[in-house]
Design a protein around this ligand. Sequence first.
Ligand code: TPP
Ligand code: SF4
Length: 249
Amino acid sequence: MAVVFKGTKGLTDVKSHYCPGCTHGIVHRLVGEVLEELGVLGETIGVAPVGCSVLAYKYFNCDVHQAAHGRAPAVATGIRRVHPDKVVFTYQGDGDLASIGAAEIVHAAARGEKFTTVFINNAIYGMTGGQMAPTTLVGQKATTSPLGRDPKKVGMPMKVSEMLATLDGANFVERCTVHNPAGVRKTKIALKKAFEMQINGEGFGIVEILSTCPTNWGMTPVDSLKWLEENMIPYYPLGNIRTPEGGDK
Ligand SMILES: Cc1ncc(C[n+]2csc(CCOP(=O)(O)OP(=O)(O)O)c2C)c(N)n1
Ligand code: SF4
């Protein structure tokens, strides 16, 4: 019988703890597939964040270091500099990357550190119960914004990729989504490109991936995918924002 789908060696056999319908799992699979296809699993070191993906070290079939509150880019910088022959990536949520660790990601990108960041933007703090994140949309309800995010009080949601793309050291910046099959395929292509560039010795790369948090959005998994499409994509447009070929938009 023809094999139409099989698991990736890039992930362990451990069952994940993610909620039903959470797209963290899809992104894990894509990262695992890319590392397997590039043949670098044995020489890759990941860095896990705080947030729901804090346990990523159990799931990726490579070495993974745990980094405290937003410090994954600083840890990745150290690992990559000490081990220039290794492939290094951080896997970070929007609370970890854009709030607690905003300085770390900005300066790592500015320095053009040669690692890859997988940035999960689900517009909320997932792990800690659904507080407002820097990426929470205007009007979106969270436990700390029960009436919806009010930009007069807390400013507009941060467009992290656009901000990082202004830095010369940020070689590759792309925003993707995993809410539908076409988005999943494009996300994999972007991840592969970012990792390939790192392997070729080019500078910092980040792939932002619009994701769902059905649990804290208070929606079914299916409604979450629809909400992402209708609400997140208009504010966080998809596509390549910066490439070394000068494809800046
Ligand atoms: C300085 C600091 N503030 C707050 C926390 C608590 N904390 C741990 S994980 C987290 C939110 C993580 O959310 P995000 O990065 O968006 O990832 P998700 O859980 O949504 O995947 C917070 C606020 C912390 N650990 N350190
Ligand atoms: S709380 Fe949200 S981000 Fe965390 S595992 Fe559940 S659905 Fe995913």
